[in-house]
Design a protein around this ligand. Structure first.
Ligand code: EPZ
Length: 420
């Protein structure tokens, strides 16, 4: 397994370009199953999870291929005859595989998708996805670790989510596109990636209103057509670079992002003392010499994103004062705390709350990545720590960041990957 080696202490300076959003690309690639023919998606990030989704689509009969040359940022998908089965071998490596469920039932009348199972950050149930599909008229049978869903024809219905769920909202929005009649989804997720999926589905001929709000209305249509589309920038990758600049008292222009998607993160970074200004299609972040401790509570969008919690915690480890971080979305998303403590951080966890006592610095150490955003936080900690930090099991990182160490090296970080 590869590892990443960082020698801390460098101020990050320069410009960095954000890649396409992983959590927009995954549902959008899955939505290709709603139509026949040739889709072309641009600005698709080169990530392990995107590769897994392409492999999954391929096993079902939707050939997904990465472009070459000037189409190197694109993925072309040719949807032919589809076998509506998502095997355990692939689903177990990526929970977002569950996003093929809605499209398969809607367009092919049946789906056999392995239950995703949990992951490091929590149980990750899909009860809302299944409850919603049943409301649309599907029959759901769970056996041998698989979801068997069948529906001759889905029918529009009203459905209120018991909890705000991003992929749950995306799955049901996709299924409702081809249902007969009107569907109204209440307490829907408002993430920008949900809004982007609604935009893509409408481009394919769907009739969706309210994407990005908590009430989404979908008028069913008979069929959708293949499209071309460029994926929106990844707000979490962008936020990770803003934190890196703030953490190293740096001066970084983060380019190709949508500032409105990062309001909660920008607000917290400013509270912590960073200077963030809009500049030529990006944001410039200047880190202060002394960071201030701030409290944060993760919430569904537009609240502070859970996917930025670990990154902000690193900032608080070296801020002046004590801060309280409350994780309200997932039940076990403090796996990075033990590793940060090995680097000298003073963090006490009590259930969903972590209390961080800021210190002047951290000390480099060998650490272990446990999940995607935790691994990003360990890289960030290495940028600030005295001496050398080795991050092991970086396959977690490669699921969600495109060449992170290369981009950070471009900003002056002393960081490189050691191939296994
Ligand atoms: C999406 O996961 C993202 N993944 C996650 O990003 C992100 O952390 C999460 O939304 C929250 O923003 C993708 O979009 C591919 P949820 P998702 O369903 O949809 C509970 C990353 O790092 N829940 O919004 O799986 C669930 O247990 C990843 O890029 C149910 O109880 O998350 C959790 O506590 C990590 N029943 C809460 O809702 C359900 O049927 C939010 O989960 C579904 C969810």
């Amino acid at each position: 397994m590869d590892k990443i080696v960082v020698v801390g202490g460098k101020q990050l300076v320069g410009e960095v370009v954000v890649s396409g959003a992983k959590n927009a690309a995954l549902p959008i690639l899955a939505s290709s199953l709603l139509s026949q023919g040739h889709h072309l998606f641009r600005n698709v990030p080169r990530l392990a999870d995107v590769g897994t989704m392409c492999k999954l689509l391929g096993t079902m009969g939707a050939r997904a291929e990465r472009g070459t040359g000037r189409l190197g940022d694109a993925v072309a998908i040719d949807v032919g005859h589809v076998t509506p089965e998502a095997p355990y071998e692939l689903v177990k490596t990526m929970r977002a595989s569950v996003l093929v469920l809605g499209p398969l039932v809607a367009r092919h009348g049946r789906a056999r998708v392995s239950l995703p199972g949990g992951c490091a950050i929590g149980a990750r149930p899909i009860d809302q996805h299944l409850k919603g599909l049943e409301k649309l008229g599907a029959t759901i049978v769970l056996e041998h670790g698989y979801v068997e869903a069948r529906a001759r024809q889905l029918k529009g219905a009203s459905f209120t989510f018991d909890v705000v769920t991003v992929t749950g909202t995306e799955n049901l929005m996709m299924a409702a596109c081809l249902a007969k009649g009107r569907t109204v989804l209440e307490n829907a997720a408002r993430e920008p990636e949900v809004e982007e999926l609604a935009r893509v589905l409408n481009k394919m001929g769907a009739r969706i209103s309210g994407g990005g709000t908590d009430v989404i209305t979908i008028e069913g249509v008979d069929e959708l057509k293949p499209i071309e589309h460029a994926i929106l920038p990844d707000r979490i990758e962008a936020g990770t670079f803003l934190v890196a600049a703030a953490l190293t008292a740096g001066d970084v222009l983060v380019k190709r992002l949508v500032p409105e998607h990062l309001e909660a993160v920008i607000g917290k970074l400013r509270e912590a003392g960073a200077t963030i200004t809009a500049e030529e299609g990006g944001l410039r972040c200047k880190g202060p010499n002394v960071l201030r401790a701030v409290d944060v509570k993760t919430l569904p969008h537009p609240g502070f994103p859970t996917d930025m919690q670990a990154q902000l915690m690193v900032l608080m480890c070296v801020a002046k004062g004590s801060s309280v971080i409350t994780e309200t979305v997932f039940e076990n998303r403090f796996m990075h705390v033990l590793e940060l403590s090995r680097m000298g951080a003073d963090i006490r966890v009590d259930g969903h709350t972590a209390v961080i006592k800021g210190k002047r610095s951290l000390s480099g150490a060998p650490v272990m990545a446990t999940d995607l955003r935790a691994s990003a936080s360990l890289v960030l900690a290495g940028l600030r720590a005295r001496g050398k930090t080795e991050i092991h099991r970086v396959y977690h990182l490669d699921r969600g960041y495109e060449r992170l160490e290369k981009k950070l090296r471009g900003l002056g970080a002393d960081i490189h990957r050691v191939k296994a």
